[in-house]
Design a protein around this ligand. Sequence first.
Ligand SMILES: N[C@@H](CCC(=O)N[C@@H](CS)C(=O)NCC(=O)O)C(=O)O
Length: 243
Amino acid sequence: MVVGAGGGDELKLLGVWDSPYVNRVQIVLNLKGLSYEYVEEDLMNKSDLLLGSNPVHKKVPVLIHNGKPIAESRVIVEYLDEAFAAGAGGSTGASVLPSDPYERAVARFWAAYVDDKVGSPWYTILFARERGEKVEAAARAISALETVEAGAFRDRSSEGKTTNAAAAPFFGGDSIGFVDVVLGSYLGWFRVIEKMIGVRIMDAARTPRLAAWAERFEAADAVRGVLPDDVDKVIDFLQAFLH
Ligand SMILES: N[C@@H](CCC(=O)N[C@@H](CS)C(=O)NCC(=O)O)C(=O)O
């Protein structure tokens, strides 16, 4: 049970600890300084609360705000941004989506691109039987990251001026934004994939700006301790899930 400084807001998050989709919601809750009750789900024995809260997909994350469930991680992140904007419900006021409608659209475009072109290969790498299929999926993810590197970084200062010399530290500009949390939530898994199949997805030789961004992202207060960092623990957990 959680009561924000504004009083009365109860936030409950149904998740599994190593899910990038859950982790991105946790990062946004941290960015906004919102406390919440975290409920670890067993995906092989889903709770009635999960099945009842997300009857369509039956997946985590689900955020339950004052008894009302919201499913799908990017929808949840956008919901949190709107429901807990600028100080509401005890929020720090940190915004994840840009305020400008055009920039918001661009951020949504890249976030959707990342989940489509990096998230789908991630699933294949985890669940495909053949190593060749996994390696081929990893190549697709790498190619998508090259596209992100070339297209999604905003060379803008906080004043919105284009400054090619000094690139903004995050996709969101001077602070972590929507594209940052969506892409950043996969970073722990990139290390897992490297151990699983020997392919480095985020490679400074191919995508140097992204590699530098990844270090900044993982060092941020809101991120530290959220992403899974014990590669062997993730692999053991995955094996148990696959058998
Ligand atoms: N598009 C969903 C993906 C969520 C998802 O794939 N969750 C996985 C865990 S990483 C899950 O709950 N899987 C359970 C199942 O497929 O039965 C989102 O963004 O929230």
